[in-house]
Ligand binder design. Structure first.
Ligand SMILES: C[S@@+](CC[C@H](N)C(=O)[O-])C[C@H]1O[C@@H](n2cnc3c(N)ncnc32)[C@H](O)[C@@H]1O
Length: 541
């Protein structure tokens, strides 16, 4: 395949090369087992070939490299022969085509795999690569999703082609730990690998991509029936970990089996003692799974927020008073834990979109100014948008109700519930929460504590910038301690959150609620540390 080696192409082929020192380290680990055959599925110009040489690898080793980009493949081939490797191939083309044929023949071919697979979202892959990606999932009996990324089928295929007892060391995106689309890969790895260790740096190794990367070291089970030791995550700061022998690091890391392999791997960041503390607190009868005590629903989906969420000026200009209802949707519009009259008025004064428009009447029955507002929307083709055109009339938004509690989808420091005291509506930036167990105010105040913040970090997902996002199914899994009838100082809590003292509020509430449940202040402090560790990792502090 021919490409022009420009910037965009680099991105489109996922061509970010591994720093030599990291490649040397990963390679040293696979060589520890003296493999006779090694696969490099996407070799670029041969950083991992050089790493084999730097680690004194036998020149007779069977080395199979693949590379899509012809110029890079030639460089890698030249490097292999220049370094004196006697039994190598550098195949120019799509690794997955070759891998799919071998998987089809049920061939496990390699003692070891090393490399750094391409990072390209499925939607940006060319059709033929998309087909090969889907085929990998299909052949291995895995559930395919279009949210996948090129590195996922590369790992699946590499592991499938690895012999029992073989080793794989790869530089891959850190999102393997938590993204939903990699769940099938995590489960597959938990099934076929005897132990998985992830080296998780504080820094971003590939600055250009803004994509966190990790080194994953996985050993395939010798016999399928043996139990997996699970996943271990070794957090590192700087490059000083390179001074420790990778084999020693792999052996000392304690894998956490069972539940960790099955779900997200974020838990593996925590020490066994930390997980034990969390388990001890969660097992208290007054600590509940969110799904057992509250209902979470998505907010109103308008299909055209600009049209349906408007400021007072627009309401006045088009005589929309009879159709306007209070709403909030952004963290800045609701900085505390109460959305009350005072907050609503202050937002109105700032001319924020505080009104949600619910117009249900037939067009003919509407006042002329309202008609002209609808015409304005139609002149911008809003009525042709999918969500709008599937309802009649297009401007009548469905599923209109508000709940006593709201929760913003995304947060920076920690998630919080918002007591909705003015019956405000929320749209797709927020969820509608209904308490089924205690009163709404108690639920909102109890939500602020380190245990809930920890479980939100463990269940949620985040992207490049570090903003934490929780979908309803993830919120349902978080834990919350609730004491029926507890009197919180909610006004001062609200003020603390408004003043940005989120951490203080979480500590204070944790101390109050957890000690009431019989836990110690030290337990609360320990929970605070665990939460800070997870939060700081997410925010790359
Ligand atoms: C992240 S780079 C890593 C290169 C090298 N392994 C390293 O670590 O420096 C990924 C490489 O995969 C290549 N590539 C992309 N799609 C490929 C495919 N389907 N088959 C083989 N190589 C591919 C890209 O051209 C790029 O050189």
């Amino acid at each position: 395949m021919k490409f022009k080696a420009d910037q965009t192409t680099q991105k489109l082929r996922g061509g970010y090369y591994t720093p030599q020192k990291l490649a040397d380290y990963a390679t040293k680990w696979i060589l520890h087992k003296r493999p006779e055959s090694v696969l490099e599925p996407s070799c670029g110009d041969g950083v991992f070939v050089q790493a084999l040489q730097n680690n004194g690898c036998e020149k007779a080793i069977k080395l199979s490299c693949f590379e899509l980009f012809d110029m890079e493949a030639k460089k890698a081939s030249k490097l292999c022969s220049g370094l004196g490797f006697k039994n190598f191939t550098v195949t120019e083309g799509d690794f997955l085509v070759w891998a799919n044929n071998k998987i089809n023949e049920s061939q496990s071919l390699f003692d070891a795999v090393v490399g750094n697979p391409p990072f390209i979202r499925y939607q940006f892959l060319e059709k033929s690569f998309q087909e090969q990606t889907e085929l990998v999932f299909k052949q291995l009996g895995q559930k395919f999703t279009k949210h996948t990324n090129a590195w996922v089928p590369f790992l699946f295929a590499s592991l499938a082609l690895l012999k029992n007892g073989g080793r794989m060391a790869m530089v891959i995106p850190s999102e393997i730990i938590h993204v939903m689309h990699a769940q099938s890969l995590r489960s597959y790895m938990g099934k076929v690998c005897s132990k998985i260790v992830i080296i998780d740096p504080k820094e971003i190794w590939f600055e250009d991509t803004l994509q966190g990367a990790v080194i994953i070291m996985a050993e395939k089970k010798k016999y399928t029936e043996i139990l997996s030791e699970g996943v271990a995550i070794v957090s590192v700061n700087g490059l000083s970990f390179l001074n420790e022998c990778p084999e020693a690091l792999f052996q000392r890391a304690l894998g956490i089996n069972g539940e960790t392999v099955e779900g997200k791997w974020t838990k593996a960041i925590l020490e066994i003692s930390e997980l034990t503390l969390i388990k001890r607190i969660i097992s208290h009868e007054s600590v509940h799974r969110f799904m057992d005590i509250a209902k979470v629903d998505v907010g109103i989906v308008t299909g055209a927020n600009k049209f349906f969420l408007v400021d007072n000026e627009t309401v006045n200009r088009y005589n929309l008073e009879a159709y306007a209802h209070p709403m909030f949707g952004r963290s800045q519009h609701c900085p505390g834990i109460f959305y009350d009259e005072a907050q609503h008025e202050s937002n109105q004064l700032k001319n924020l979109p505080t009104n949600f428009l619910y117009i249900e009447d037939d067009y003919n029955k509407l006042p002329s100014k309202v008609k002209s507002y609808i015409k304005l929307g139609e002149s911008e083709n809003l009525h042709e948008r999918y969500k709008c055109r599937i309802r009649k009339p297009w401007y009548k938004v469905p599923s209109i109700y508000s709940t006593e509690i709201g929760m913003l989808k995304r947060c920076h420091v920690a998630p919080r519930l918002i007591l909705n005291q003015v019956g405000a509506y929320t749209t797709d930036t927020a969820y509608r929460v209904t308490s089924m167990f205690t009163d709404a105010e108690n639920l909102v105040c109890s939500f602020l504590n380190p245990l809930t913040a920890i479980t939100a970090e463990l269940e949620g997902r985040y992207y490049g910038g570090g903003v934490l996002e929780l979908v309803p199914s993830e919120i349902e899994k978080i834990y919350i301690p609730v004491i029926e009838g507890y009197q919180h100082n909610s006004a001062s809590l609200n003020q603390m959150i408004k003043d940005g003292k989120v951490e203080d509020a979480i500590r204070m509430q944790g101390e109050a609620i957890l000690t009431e449940l019989g836990f110690s202040e030290e337990d609360n402090e320990q929970l605070m540390k665990i939460w800070q560790k997870l939060r700081d990792r997410r925010l790359r502090k």
